[in-house]
Design a protein around this ligand. Structure first.
Ligand SMILES: [Zn+2]
Length: 123
């Protein structure tokens, strides 16, 4: 193995110049992602093109009132969802808690959350 590696290095060192391959002057661009996207990726790109920048509702949401009577609503496509609560502005950590449908939950900071059914972004 070491002999093969040494021979390869020696062969590389003997070459007079570096060999590269380029397509200079070719008027080719990267393909449009919409042309080769399929499945959920394509649906996501179509939703973004229609003006919905967050079809899967993955962006950071602002907290609501967060009281027991008026909890912050968290949309979900499933029976449960993991939520990260930035309890205070000055903290450097996030408290994570599981939310289940029909079961409002209170974070350690006292903020209440409620899981609701998410709307289908592709209809
Ligand atoms: Zn919290």
């Amino acid at each position: 193995m070491a002999g093969v590696l040494a021979r390869s290095m020696l062969n590389l060192a003997r070459r007079p110049s570096l060999m590269v391959s380029t397509m200079r002057g070719a008027q080719k661009m990267m393909a449009d992602p919409m042309e080769h996207a399929t499945g959920l990726e394509r649906k996501e790109l179509e939703a973004i093109a229609k003006g919905n920048p967050d079809p899967f509702q993955m962006s950071v949401q602002k907290k609501g009132a967060g009281t027991r009577d008026s909890p912050t609503l968290v949309p979900s496509f499933h029976e449960m969802r993991l939520v990260g609560c930035c309890c205070h502005e000055d903290t450097f950590y996030v408290n994570f808690l599981w939310l289940y449908k029909g079961d409002n939950k209170r974070c350690e900071c006292g903020h209440w959350y409620k899981l609701i059914e998410a709307k289908d972004p592709f209809k």
